[in-house]
Design a protein around this ligand. Sequence first.
Ligand SMILES: Cc1cc2nc3c(=O)[nH]c(=O)nc-3n(C[C@H](O)[C@H](O)[C@H](O)COP(=O)(O)O)c2cc1C
Length: 210
Amino acid sequence: MSETLKAVILYDSMSKGGSTESAINSIGMKLAEEGLYVEKAKCKANADYSFVRDFDIILLGAPVYYFVVASQLLGALVQGNLKKNLKRKKIALFLICGTPGTMAAVLYLPQLKINLVGNRILAEKIFSPAMLTTEDAIDDFVYDVLEEYDRAMRSRTKLQWTEDAQELLETLPPFMQGGIRGLVEDFAEEYGYKTITREIVEQARSEQGK
Ligand SMILES: Cc1cc2nc3c(=O)[nH]c(=O)nc-3n(C[C@H](O)[C@H](O)[C@H](O)COP(=O)(O)O)c2cc1C
C-alpha cells in the first residue's frame, strides 16, 4: 500500500476570514479530497519551521499588501529558519492580490522565489479575490501541484542504487529506510547523480546532519 502524502499550507494574512483564509481552506479541502493528509499553519517570521521536513509538499500562500508579499511569510523565509528547512522540498506557491496579471507575476512571485533557488516549484498561481469564488481556479491549481509532484516522483524512480548503497540502507531499522531513501534521492537529484553509490549515501547523510 502506498503511503499517504502529507501536505502543509504555510500562509500569512492581515485579515481574519479574508480571501487568503478562504483560499487555503478550499485548497486544503481539495487536497484532502484527493487523498492527502493536510495541515495548515499561519506563519510567524521567527517560528521554528523544522516540522516542515515531515511533509512531502509544502504550499506557501499569502496576499500582497502595498506591493509586498505579506510580511510574516516573507520574514520566515528571509530572517527565520523556514528557508533552511525547505531545502530540497517540493513547493507550490500561490499569491492573492487585486491585480493578478503579468505585472504581478513579475513583481510579486520573485519576492518568494528568490528565497527558493534550488527547490522544485511544482506550481505557482496568482489569484484575485474574485477568482476564488469559482472552484475551478482552485481545483486547477491543486491538480497542477499533484501532477507535477507525480512527475517529479516518476523521474526519481529512474535512479539506480548500487548493491553497496542498498546494503548500507538496509543496515537501518526498516521503519527509517523509506524516509532515508527519499532524502538520499532528493540529494542525488539536486546534484544530478543518476546512480546512488555508498559514497553518495554517506555524503547525503553528512549533509543532512549539518
Ligand atoms: C492594505 C491593502 C493593500 C493592498 N495592496 C495591494 C497591492 O499592492 N497590489 C495588489 O495587487 N493588491 C493589493 N491589495 C489587494 C489584496 O492583495 C487582496 O485584497 C487580498 O485578497 C487580501 O487578502 P486578505 O483578504 O487575506 O487580507 C491590497 C489590499 C489591502 C487591504
